[in-house]
Design a protein around this ligand. Structure first.
Ligand SMILES: *[C@@H]1O[C@H](CO)[C@@H](O)[C@H](O)[C@H]1NC(C)=O
Ligand SMILES: *[C@@H]1O[C@H](CO)[C@@H](O)[C@H](O)[C@H]1NC(C)=O
Ligand SMILES: *[C@@H]1O[C@H](CO)[C@@H](O)[C@H](O)[C@H]1NC(C)=O
Ligand SMILES: *[C@@H]1O[C@H](CO)[C@@H](O)[C@H](O)[C@H]1NC(C)=O
Ligand SMILES: *[C@@H]1O[C@H](CO)[C@@H](O)[C@H](O)[C@H]1NC(C)=O
Ligand SMILES: *[C@@H]1O[C@H](CO)[C@@H](O)[C@H](O)[C@H]1NC(C)=O
Ligand SMILES: *[C@@H]1O[C@H](CO)[C@@H](O)[C@H](O)[C@H]1NC(C)=O
Ligand SMILES: *[C@@H]1O[C@H](CO)[C@@H](O)[C@H](O)[C@H]1NC(C)=O
Ligand SMILES: *[C@@H]1O[C@H](CO)[C@@H](O)[C@H](O)[C@H]1NC(C)=O
Ligand SMILES: *[C@@H]1O[C@H](CO)[C@@H](O)[C@H](O)[C@H]1NC(C)=O
Ligand SMILES: *[C@@H]1O[C@H](CO)[C@@H](O)[C@H](O)[C@H]1NC(C)=O
Length: 412
């Protein structure tokens, strides 16, 4: 989910280069094979990534080797039944909760037992009466927490610290949001959101804390400071922390490297990391092999290349009207069915849709980009991408689950 960009005071983060690596996947991901006993090597963070040093490991759910302070692990993911988000299971103070993953926001929060709003009533909530021995109170629970999202939803409450465990990697004293009020809709008993974005978008940097993944990386708790997302075309997937899953990626040379875009400081910001979002330049879009270059919406403010946000928290693919229109202009029988920017195309369309990032094309088949039959005309199917109006964050395209299911994506 795209965060709303109204406030980002006091944000900071480590100054270094970040990359999104996406690779093409074969039509299906083979099941994980049994873990080998492997030794760990500690890799220092580097300004430039060096593929030969990224550990590619066959991973099962497992902890760091007993004798190391850093590790790698894999956590299974599920696609929620409303097909809006993927969730993982995270342990908070020893209790399991499902959290929706989001690479476009940076805060982790859980609904608490005192959240009585409509959207909280149906989901498991962090019990405030539970005297967790690992719960650390901050300012008598009076430090406000608030996460706001671009779809005009929010979650608010107070900031606290707890011991978290994900992918069998344990992190004590991690700051998170204990939510007492929210109108974010969560299904499938999902209790909150885990943002895997940059510290600059996090609200807990106000209290000198870093988001979950940044903390793991900054403390050197990971074998390598990256995470990988493997979503399948059915409803499963996995998140790996600290290494690349060798059951999916067999050869590092299949990885396409894309430098993450930098963003200048916003009005009230100073001395912050220039990294804001997992956004990378998108240089081409093609339908049935006919390619065009996207027209950047923000060229007048210096963004001469269109950017695409890699967002596991969004279900589909979204682009600016001028680009999306050009795609559907190439499809016979395509029609705009909804003023929100939704098109429908003949369900028997067989052509592929490609996006170019870096030096590679990433190709989607109709089964990847067709959503389902349109109301009232069974020959027409709703289709990705959808056109969205400019959001003023400088990002034109948003590549959600529909795209990510066709690639393995690595964030470092
Ligand atoms: C989903 O797809 C993966 C890879 O193709 C496969 O291993 C897994 O069994 C499938 N799961 C279901 C529920 O179909
Ligand atoms: C890893 O283990 C292999 C054999 O188990 C050994 O040959 C190699 O030297 C080890 N590497 C390191 C860095 O310890
Ligand atoms: C997590 O790590 C512990 C200790 O190494 C191990 O006993 C346990 O089986 C692991 N859990 C999972 C789900 O892999
Ligand atoms: C951990 O490593 C130390 C030395 O580095 C060794 O003495 C100890 O036996 C190891 N413990 C385990 C559980 O392997
Ligand atoms: C803060 O919240 C925790 C968890 O609900 C609770 O145990 C603790 O008593 C609260 N502290 C204060 C000062 O309200
Ligand atoms: C969520 O609450 C905010 C603040 O009350 C409101 O502005 C917004 O419209 C609500 N969003 C939804 C989807 O209900
Ligand atoms: C917990 O983390 C905060 C910063 O996030 C730090 O100020 C505090 O000292 C830590 N407490 C413990 C017990 O490690
Ligand atoms: C990896 O791929 C490259 C280029 O496709 C190839 O040259 C190399 O032999 C492959 N390595 C392995 C171990 O398969
Ligand atoms: C900028 O921030 C970094 C780390 O956040 C800090 O080390 C550095 O001293 C700051 N520089 C200035 C000029 O404030
Ligand atoms: C797709 O491209 C092929 C080869 O250029 C062409 O023969 C075919 O007619 C195209 N399909 C459509 C629907 O335009
Ligand atoms: C990507 O696809 C376009 C259109 O089909 C083609 O012209 C271009 O050569 C391809 N680029 C790569 C690197 O394969």
């Amino acid at each position: 989910m795209r965060p709303s960009l109204q406030h980002c005071a006091g944000c900071f983060g480590p100054q270094e280069s970040f990359w999104v690596l996406i690779i093409l996947l074969a039509a299906f991901i083979p099941p994980a094979v049994l873990a080998n006993k492997e030794n760990y090597t500690h890799f220092l963070r580097r300004a430039r990534p060096d593929t030969t040093n990224i550990p590619i490991r066959v991973l099962q759910r497992r902890s760091p080797a007993a004798n190391t302070t850093f590790g790698a692990g894999v956590s299974q993911l599920s696609f929620a039944s409303d097909r809006q988000s993927y969730y993982a299971v995270i342990k908070v103070g020893g209790i399991n909760f499902r959290v929706a993953l989001d690479t476009a926001s940076s805060d982790l929060w859980l609904a608490s037992s005192s959240c009585e709003t409509e959207t909280c009533k149906e989901i498991p909530r962090y019990p405030l009466s539970y005297q967790s021995p690992t719960f650390i109170t901050l300012n008598d629970n009076s430090t406000a927490f608030r996460a706001s999202y671009a779809d005009d939803t929010f979650a608010s409450g107070f900031v606290a610290r707890e011991t978290l465990e994900l992918a069998n990697i344990t992190l004590a004293n991690q700051t998170f949001g204990v939510v007492t009020e929210s109108n974010v809709t969560l299904t499938d008993e999902t209790s909150g959101i885990m943002g895997l974005g940059f510290p600059r978008l996090s609200s807990i940097t106000d209290v000198g804390a870093l988001p979950f993944f940044s903390t793991l990386a900054a403390k050197g708790l990971l074998e390598y400071p990256l995470f990988g997302l493997s979503l399948t075309r059915n409803s499963s997937g996995s998140l790996t922390l600290g290494a690349i899953d060798a059951s999916v990626v067999h050869n590092v040379s299949s990885i396409g490297w894309n430098k993450v875009a930098q963003f200048p400081p916003f009005a009230a910001e100073n001395n912050i990391s220039s990294y804001l979002q997992w956004a990378i330049p998108i240089t081409g879009v093609a339908f049935n092999g006919t390619q065009f270059s996207p027209t950047p919406t923000y060229a007048n403010v210096g963004r001469t290349q269109s950017l695409a946000l890699i967002d596991v928290g969004a279900p589909g693919i979204y682009g600016p009207y001028q680009d999306v229109l050009r795609i559907y202009a190439m499809i016979d029988g395509a029609r705009l069915v909804d003023s929100t920017g939704q098109w429908a195309i003949p369900c028997d369309t067989t052509e592929s849709l490609s996006f170019t990032f870096g030096l590679r094309n990433y190709t989607l088949l109709p089964t990847d980009y067709l959503i389902g039959p349109a109301d009232g005309n069974s020959n027409l199917c709703l289709s990705w991408p959808m056109a969205l109006p400019p959001s003023s964050d400088g990002i034109d395209w948003q590549m959600g689950a529909a795209f990510l299911r066709t690639v393995y994506s690595i964030f470092r």
